[in-house]
Design a protein around this ligand. Structure first.
Ligand SMILES: C[C@@](CO)(OP(=O)(O)O)[C@H](O)COP(=O)(O)OP(=O)(O)OC[C@H]1O[C@@H](n2ccc(N)nc2=O)[C@H](O)[C@@H]1O
Ligand SMILES: Nc1ncnc2c1ncn2[C@@H]1O[C@H](COP(=O)(O)OP(=O)(O)O)[C@@H](O)[C@H]1O
Length: 304
């Protein structure tokens, strides 16, 4: 049993003020890209999880790993529904999505695990039931179930598919190193407080961007890409500002920090254009990795 689950970028991320738990309401446009996690699962007496791919060697495979948490959650849910599963599964995740990169790789792993075990154990849970489980695992886990392009509101976990025409060509830049998601949200709080800037409880979606997406006008999409967490990410890693400046000078349609960073998403008009932008970046900057990928990828699905 093999499942592919996509990484994401945020075409727009508007961030509200922290609630009493320190969580932030968002209006974010998620976009799945063709940088995917491959999750394989087979029946076994006990749950075992192994991982491969860049950065995976640093990830614990204990109860803190989102794959283990997802497997336990769906196992428990099956029992509650009166469909108890005898035994468990051996799961392997081959990671392509950078760890702690702002691309929701752990969330894709969790979503892919839910889809894989749902099929492996013959549970027949629908998308709605899987989404309920996903939202309990993390704010970003529901989106890779859906894939394509979607608006996320509340904590980014209430999703609505967004029509997005066009053929997508992305250059993704991994500067090297990760950023802590809670750390970046805290820095956002500090920066907005220091600036005395009022922050709404629930920000509005960027309606101009949604229109540009529906029209398939990628020049407008590129110009409108934006992220309220970007200033906090620049603070944590000043290289990001320079990378975005180089991408824009070299003719990118747009360039933005994805989520809490540090991955930078650069929009190109074609595969050839993405390769030119990649050359411009590599000529001026020492980065860990780059990827040229398509966008609008499907949500987590069984491939074999
Ligand atoms: C910022 C975003 C944008 O898509 O992506 P990443 O950069 O992580 O990929 C997400 O909102 C990240 O979602 P996710 O990574 O699932 O977050 P969670 O595990 O639920 O929460 C991790 C921590 O981030 C903060 N958090 C997360 C989501 C949210 N709406 N408000 C928050 O303040 C909280 O401090 C929380 O303890
Ligand atoms: N399967 C997993 N893959 C990646 N990270 C995981 C996983 N399970 C738990 N984590 C934890 O989540 C953190 C961030 O996850 P990740 O999804 O890679 O990045 P981001 O939240 O920036 O999109 C990691 O640093 C790690 O501590």
């Amino acid at each position: 049993m093999t499942v592919h689950a996509p990484g994401k970028i945020n075409l727009s991320l508007r961030c509200g003020r922290a609630d009493e738990r320190g969580y932030h309401r968002l209006a974010t446009v998620f976009h799945a890209v063709d940088l995917v996690e491959t999750i394989t699962a087979e029946r076994a007496d006990d749950l075992t999880v192994t991982m491969s791919g860049a950065g995976s060697e640093h990830l614990p495979v204990d109860g803190t790993n989102l794959v283990v948490r997802a497997a336990r959650a769906i196992h428990e849910r099956a029992a509650v529904l009166g469909r108890p599963v005898g035994g468990s599964a051996r799961i392997h995740v081959d990671k392509q999505v950078p760890v702690a990169g702002g691309m929701g790789g752990g969330s894709a792993d969790a979503a892919g695990t839910l889809v894989a075990l749902n099929r492996l154990w013959g549970l027949e849970l629908g998308l709605h039931e899987l989404t309920v489980l996903a939202r309990d695992l993390g704010a970003d886990v529901a989106f890779p179930l859906l894939g394509r392009t979607a608006l996320g509101t509340e904590y980014g976990d209430v999703l609505e598919a967004v029509p997005a025409a066009g053929s997508w060509h992305w250059l993704l830049i991994e500067p090297g190193g990760g950023l802590s998601t809670p750390g970046i949200f805290r820095r956002f709080d500090e920066l907005t407080a220091a600036a005395g800037r009022p922050v709404p409880e629930q920000p509005d979606a960027d309606s101009a961007l949604l229109t540009a997406l529906a029209d398939g006008d990628l020049h407008r999409v590129g110009a409108l890409m934006d992220n309220d967490l970007q200033a906090a990410a620049f603070d944590a890693d000043p290289r990001l500002r320079a990378l975005i400046a180089t991408a824009r000078t070299a003719g990118a349609l747009g360039a933005v920090v994805s989520g809490s960073g540090p991955t930078i998403a650069v929009l190109a008009v074609s595969g050839e254009h993405a390769a030119q932008l990649e050359q411009a970046i590599l000529a001026d900057h020492d980065v860990a990795r780059t990827h040229r990928v398509g966008g609008g990828a499907a949500g987590a699905h069984v491939t074999a």
